[in-house]
Structures are given as structure tokens and as C-alpha cells.
Write a protein that binds this ligand. Structure first.
Ligand code: C2E
Ligand code: MG
Ligand code: MG
Length: 767
């Protein structure tokens, strides 16, 4: 700016004067502007900033003083130094007038060159200095402003840092809370305290946390601060989309609202105007709830608020997730997944607690063991899915019979337990027991069809029956076992005698195990006769347990135990091998063509391909021709998994081994399934044959089975034929084979050989 030439204005109505002055001032380092009237001068002044004006005093229209007065009155030219050029005769009055309008000096005409030059020089110098001063003042002012701006920035940065610091402390406190061993509700309460204590966040101590009810998807107020009763009532449960909190949940984004917001409806009585934030608590795939925080009415939001609240909400979500995971793990560890009932772990815990409590209060604890009768059959015939649904429904039914303070647990399979702590009246036990049995007797309507089951319950009472939980459990189990043996849908209270019975059962199991391995098992054979020829053409191998001190034990007395303990697999293998070996011997002795039938248990049949391999191995080992072996299986084995059964049976048939369906008529075979099985023989169950001559119903059934077998091109064997009348009926109805006491009971090897040699008995009777 300094190197720009200063501007001088020369005003004179006489051009000659102007040019004279121009000439003089040509030596001055300045730019000259000229005007011949006051008006022209004013026009120039509007456009330029002059360093000095030389005004002629005497001018027509507007003289120099008048012009100076105007210039003095205008802001731009107020401080403009003026040198009046006056006539020599200028009087004191004129000079005074000149000073009043800001004149700084006078030059008299005729102008003395040196005086004018020196005066102009001084003024220009002055002007220069003034300009420099003005410029540095301006610079100073700018610097000042810059400094103020920087200070302001620094304050803002400091504020930001301290906010960030306070925010970080709050977040770490929130994280800390997650580790506290307190309930989720208590944790959320602490969360509110932490948020309210963040100094820069201008929160009123008012707000709350809603959690999403997973079932209804409603927002349920979990904890709150500063809410009035009316608000508590209004806010206790909100639908998604209702009110700002519901909207934040629905939109999955933070909503800020000052009270003037049209969405900000205060719908409950006595609501005070306020601003607030509604922050959804969510992850990318789940919504947990909404955090709501109140601020003063009309609050202006700043970006840091939502930034902080977003990271706070993420931390809170972590806290909720952690808690729900913990809850889930605890649930899994203590509850049965299928029925939702307490599992074995929690059952033991509850029983121990109840016993502890009973010891202090002198009250009784009742423990029930419950087992579903026929559940296995449902599972086997209708499938596991049906079994699962039935268990779930049974769990509900049992639970509906007891009070909330009682515990119903599932130990596994179809075993349930019920704990009635603090029994007040013995009558209640029987009431509950009968109610449960009644509930279970009601048919179960499953998607796969109707299922009928029932329950067997064993009941025992602490401290009467046992000294501790372990003993109590053992006794409840024996009582349940007794109920089961007594028939379906019954209950038994534990008695001391049961204890003896149970220890006998355990002893029996040990004996049986020993008996099988130490050769106490023997096979008896019962002949099967061809009704057309009257000849023995086969025999069923039936196992007997010959105990040293007791004598012969019948299968009914040890097969169920062998099945329960899986010893049956071992036993069946033994029977199969020995029956094959014996038949091979008879074949070699000349009794050729005898087919030996061996009973196969469910467990064995389920082994599928393994069973087929075992049979092959046994046939190879014994050298028995496969066509002389017949396997007896029951209907329930086939219906358990029809497709699998067909595959197993086809491999058995392909080996040349025959299959007979034992106890036919007592199970649930469907005719369509029956057609798919590669069977050769149906064995009519003994129960139908037994009353054949007296009971016309049984006659109908037996003749129906025979004609069904004929249609399916199967052989029919009638089991349990005891009388000549029964035999006659069967003969008249074209039954192929008979087996029963009428001809012979199951007998030992020696006796069977005798029987074959003599070839008498029923054969005679037949003819
Ligand atoms: P099951 O396979 O139906 O065998 C027929 C049962 O009826 C045999 O009883 C036989 O003695 C009996 N019985 C035959 N004719 C008559 C009769 O005219 N009157 C009467 N009252 N009964 C007759 P047992 O030997 O006591 O066997 C009972 C059940 O035990 C068998 O029924 C079979 O399911 C099972 N069982 C027997 N031995 C074995 C075996 O080695 N393995 C397997 N898994 N089960 C076996
Ligand atoms: Mg049989
Ligand atoms: Mg049978």
C-alpha cells in the first residue's frame, strides 16, 4: 500500500491557477487531481481517497470554505488535510472560519513555490505517517482477532478433550458394570447413574431403559428414574412405533427431540415439557431395547452427544448380550432342552435344598419318580418326533397338577420327578398322584396320530423313608419300579420291603451276567407241526436259565431284566449260535429239513447290518444251512423304522434265512406295511388261540388272520395250542402249522430227540 502514490486534489475555478500549481507540484511524488468547481471536487472525493486538498477560497457558487464544510461533514473526507489558497487580503475572520471546517493551513496568493512545496511536503509526510499508523493499527486489530480466534479454538479443543476424557471414563464404568455379579435390572440401573454423572452431557436426572419382550416384541420398561406415577403407567409397556421410543426402535436409529417436535406427544397426565434422546439398543441382527434420556426443554443437540450415546448404547448392548448368554448357558446347564423343565442337575440341587429346609423346619419332603408306560412303544411305532411331542405335552400335564412351589423335573428319557417340599397334609400327596395319573391317561393327540400312555409313580417321604437325598432317590426309584410291575397307571408308596426287592433285583442282574458267561443257560425246543402232513417240521428254541440252587428259571423272569440291562444282546447271540449248532447236529443225525426258530430281541434287530453280519458268521462257524434257520421278530420291531426294517429283512432273506412275525395280532402293524416286509410266516399269538373254542370273537380274529396270511401268501403258525378242539378249529380253517402243549411243551435236547424218534402224540391226534 505504501508504494502507491498519494493523491492531491487541486480545486480552483481558474484553469491558469490550476496549471500554475500543477507546475509547482510536478516535483512532488504524488498524483494530481484537478477540479474547477466545488461540485467537481465532491465528485472526485467520492471516488478517491486524497492525502491532501488545495482549495481555492474564492470560487463562484461554492467557495472553498463551503466545500471544506461539506467535506468535513462526510465520513470519508472528514480528516482530509486542507490547505486553503487565499487572496492576499484574507482576513482573520476568514482564517478562523477556515480552521473551523478543518483547514490545516493557508497559502497566500500569489503562491510562493517554496512555501507551497514545503507545506505540501509536510502534509504528505504527515499523511504518510498517518497511513502507516493506520495500517499498523489495522494489522494489530487483525492480529488481535486471530489471537482471540486461536484462544477460542484452544478452549474448544480443551473442552473436547475433557468431554472425550469424561466420556471414556463413563464407557469404562459401563464396561466395569458388565462384570458385576448383579442382575441385569440392577446393571441397567447402574447404567443410568453412570450416564447421569457425565458432566458435559447436560442430562436431567430422568430417563429409563426399555427391553424388548421377545414374545410380544413390546418395549417393557426395565428401569427408570424421575418418572411420575402417570408416566410410569403410560411407559410401562409400549408397542413398536408408539411414542418416540417406539419409533426409535422401529427405525433403528437415534431420535432427538426438543419438546416442540410434532412427534413429541406427551400423552400422559402431567407430562412436563422436555427434550430427549431415544437411543435404540441393537446389534446388526437383533434389537434389545431403547434407552431414553431427558434434557432441558429446547435443548440444542450437538454432534458429540449422539456420538457418545451411540458408543454408550453399544456398550450397554454388550452388557445385555453377555447377560442373556449367561442366562442361556445357565438355562442349558440346569434345564431340559426338550421340555424346559429342570434337568437332573437342578433336580438334585432343589432336592438337597428342600431336605435342608425340612431339617430346619421339621416339615416333610415328598419325592415322586414317574415313568411313562408304553412310551417306548409310541417312540418305536410313531417315531422319535412323536415321542418328543408327547414328552413335551406330558411335562405340561404333570406341571399343571402341582403348585408353583413344587418342582417337576425330567431326568431323561421318559423319567420325571416331582418334589413337593414342605408337605403340609399327607392327603395332598395322594391327590397330586391321582391327578397326574388321570392327566396322563387322557389320550395324546399328536400330529402322527393318537397315542395312549399312562404313568407309574413311586412315592417316598423324607425323613420317614430316608436319611438323605441319595437314599430318598433310590427309594423313590424302587417304589416306581414296584408301581410298574403292579400294572399300568398306578402308584406305590415306598415300603421297607421294597428295599429288599430292589437289592434282590441288583443281585439278580449280577447273577444273570454270571449265569450267561458261566454256562447256566440252556435251550429247550418246542416242536412245530405241519397240519397237513402231521409231521414235526421245525422247532422254536426257547431259553431257560438253570440255576444251581434254584432250578429252572423261565424267560419271563429274566428276559425283561436282560433287556433293561442290555444283557439280552449277549444272550441272543448265545442262543442263536447254540440253536444253529444243535440243528446242524440233528441234521447230521438224519432229522433233515427241520427248521429252527430263534427269537430276536428289539435291541438285536436294531443292529441292522451288524446283525446280518453276525448271522452270517454264526452260520459259517456252525455250518448250518441258512434255509434251516428262521428268525422270530415282533411287530413293534418292524414298525419302529419301517424302511430300515425292510432293508434288514431283505438282507436276511437274501441270505436264505426265513422270517416269522411272532405274537401276531397284539401289535400295531398296518396292512400296507405288512405287504412290504419280506416275511414267510405269521405266528398267531397264543392269547387268541387260548379261548378259541369258547370265544367267538377270537374265532373271528383267528380265521381273519389265516385268510389274511393266505392273501399275502404267508404261512400261519398258531401258538399255544393246548386242546384237540383248538386243533380241530385250526385244521378246519386251513392253518398251516401248530405249536403248543397239546403236542409238546418246550423240552430239553434229549427229550426232543426222544420225541422225534417216537413220532407219536399229536400226529396221531391229528388224524
Ligand atoms: P414266544 O416267542 O411267543 O414263545 C412262546 C412261548 O409260549 C414260550 O414260553 C412257550 O413255552 C409258550 N407256549 C408254547 N405253547 C404253549 C401252550 O400251549 N400253552 C402255554 N401256556 N404256553 C405255551 P417261554 O419259553 O416261557 O418264553 C416266553 C417268551 O420269552 C417267548 O415268547 C419269547 O418272547 C421270550 N424268549 C424265550 N426264549 C428267548 C430267547 O432265546 N431269546 C429271546 N430274545 N427271547 C426269548
Ligand atoms: Mg417266539
Ligand atoms: Mg409268541
Amino acid at each position: 500500500m505504501n508504494n502507491v502514490l498519494p493523491k492531491i486534489l487541486i480545486v480552483d475555478d481558474l484553469p491558469a491557477n490550476i496549471s500554475a500549481m500543477r507546475k509547482i507540484l510536478s516535483k512532488v511524488e504524488a498524483k494530481l487531481f484537478e477540479a474547477e468547481s466545488g461540485e467537481d471536487a465532491l465528485a472526485l472525493c467520492a471516488e478517491h481517497d486524497f492525502a491532501l486538498a488545495l482549495l481555492d477560497v474564492n470560487m463562484p457558487k461554492m467557495n472553498g470554505f463551503q466545500l471544506a464544510e461539506i467535506l468535513y461533514g462526510v465520513k470519508r473526507t472528514k480528516g482530509l488535510p486542507i490547505i486553503f489558497v487565499t487572496a492576499a487580503e484574507a482576513d482573520a475572520y476568514q482564517i478562523l472560519q477556515g480552521y473551523q471546517v478543518g483547514a490545516v493551513d493557508f497559502v497566500r496568493k500569489p503562491i510562493d513555490n517554496r512555501i507551497l512545496l514545503s507545506k505540501v511536503g509536510v502534509f504528505l509526510e504527515l499523511n504518510n505517517k498517518r497511513r502507516t499508523i493506520e495500517e499498523s493499527a489495522l494489522l494489530l486489530q487483525e492480529k488481535n482477532q486471530q489471537l482471540e480466534y486461536e484462544i477460542d479454538q484452544r478452549h474448544q479443543a480443551e473442552d473436547k478433550i475433557s468431554r472425550a476424557y469424561e466420556s471414556r471414563i463413563a464407557i469404562s464404568k459401563l464396561l466395569q458394570t458388565a462384570l458385576d455379579p448383579i442382575s441385569l435390572e440392577e446393571q441397567l440401573d447402574t447404567v443410568l447413574d453412570i450416564l447421569f454423572s457425565v458432566p458435559w452431557l447436560s442430562l436431567q436426572k430422568k430417563g429409563g431403559v426399555f427391553l424388548v419382550d421377545q414374545e410380544t416384541e413390546d418395549l417393557v420398561l426395565s428401569c427408570s428414574r424421575g418418572f411420575s406415577d402417570e408416566q410410569l403407567e403410560f411407559c410401562s409397556r409400549l408397542k413398536p412405533g408408539v411414542c418416540l421410543c417406539g419409533k426409535a426402535l422401529e427405525k433403528k436409529q437415534i431420535i432427538f427431540s426438543s419438546s416442540s417436535d410434532p412427534d413429541h406427544e406427551i400423552k400422559y397426565e402431567g407430562g412436563v415439557p422436555h427434550a430427549h434422546y431415544c437411543i435404540p439398543l441393537l446389534t446388526s441382527d437383533q434389537v434389545f431395547g431403547v434407552l431414553t434420556l431427558y434434557m432441558e426443554d429446547g435443548h440444542k443437540p450437538i454432534p458429540e452427544e449422539s456420538e457418545f450415546l451411540t458408543s454408550a448404547s453399544n456398550t450397554i448392548v454388550g452388557l445385555i448380550e453377555r447377560r442373556s448368554l449367561e442366562r442361556q448357558l445357565k438355562q442349558q446347564a440346569q434345564f431340559d432342552e426338550l421340555t424346559g423343565l429342570p434337568n437332573r442337575v437342578l433336580f438334585h440341587d432343589r432336592l438337597n435344598q428342600s431336605i435342608k429346609f425340612a431339617k430346619r423346619t421339621g416339615k416333610d419332603v415328598v419325592l415322586m419318580f414317574l415313568d411313562l408306560d408304553r412310551f417306548k412303544l409310541v417312540n418305536d411305532t410313531m417315531g422319535h418326533e412323536a415321542g418328543d411331542i408327547l414328552l413335551q405335552e406330558a411335562a405340561k400335564r404333570i406341571s399343571s397338577c402341582v403348585r408353583d412351589s413344587d418342582t417337576v423335573a425330567r431326568l431323561g428319557g421318559d423319567e420325571f420327578t416331582v418334589i413337593l417340599p414342605q408337605l403340609t397334609h399327607p392327603f395332598y400327596v395322594e391327590l397330586v398322584t391321582r391327578k397326574i395319573l388321570e392327566q396322563l391317561e387322557t389320550p395324546f393327540n399328536l400330529p402322527q396320530g393318537e397315542a395312549l400312555v399312562s404313568g407309574s409313580i413311586g412315592v417316598t417321604v423324607f425323613p420317614n423313608d430316608a436319611e438323605d437325598a441319595e437314599e430318598l432317590i433310590k427309594h423313590a426309584d424302587s417304589a416306581m419300579y414296584q408301581a410298574k410291575t403292579a400294572g399300568r397307571s398306578t402308584f406305590r408308596f415306598y415300603t421297607k420291603e421294597m428295599n429288599t426287592f430292589m437289592s434282590e433285583r441288583y443281585k439278580l442282574e449280577a447273577d444273570l451276567r454270571k449265569g450267561i458267561s458261566e454256562g447256566e443257560m440252556v435251550l429247550y425246543y418246542q416242536p412245530k407241526l405241519n397240519l397237513t402232513t402231521g409231521a414235526v417240521n421245525g422247532m422254536e428254541a426257547l431259553v431257560r436259565w438253570k440255576r444251581e440252587d434254584i432250578g429252572i428259571v423261565m424267560p419271563a423272569d429274566f428276559i425283561p431284566l436282560a433287556e433293561d440291562t442290555k444283557l439280552i444282546e449277549f444272550l441272543d447271540m448265545w442262543v442263536l449260535e447254540n440253536a444253529c449248532r444243535q440243528n446242524k447236529i440233528w441234521n447230521e443225525m438224519g432229522y433233515s429239513g427241520l427248521v429252527v426258530s430263534v427269537n430276536i430281541s428289539t435291541l438285536q434287530f436294531r443292529r441292522g447290518a451288524d446283525l446280518v453280519d453276525t448271522i452270517t458268521a454264526i452260520l459259517n462257524k456252525t455250518g448250518m444251512p441258512p434255509e434251516l434257520l428262521e428268525l422270530e421278530i415282533t411287530e413293534s420291531m418292524l414298525m419302529e423304522n419301517v424302511d430300515q426294517a425292510v432293508v434288514t429283512m431283505e438282507s436276511i432273506r437274501d441270505m436264505g434265512v426265513q422270517i416269522s412275525l411272532d405274537d401276531f395280532g397284539t401289535g400295531y402293524s398296518s396292512l400296507s406295511a405288512l405287504k412290504r416286509f419280506p416275511l414267510q410266516t405269521l405266528k398267531i399269538d397264543r392269547s387268541f388261540v387260548m379261548e378259541l373254542t369258547e370265544d367267538s370273537d377270537d374265532q373271528e380274529i383267528v380265521s381273519a388272520i389265516i385268510s389274511l396270511a393266505q392273501k399275502l401268501k404267508l404261512n400261519v403258525v398258531a401258538e399255544g395250542v393246548e386242546t384237540a378242539q383248538q386243533l380241530k378249529f385250526l385244521q378246519e380253517h386251513f392253518c398251516n402249522y401248530v405249536q403248543g402243549f397239546f403236542y409238546s411243551e418246550p423240552v430239553s435236547v434229549v427229550e426232543f430227540e426222544k420225541l422225534l424218534q417216537e413220532k407219536k402224540g399229536a400226529i396221531e391226534g391229528l388224524k
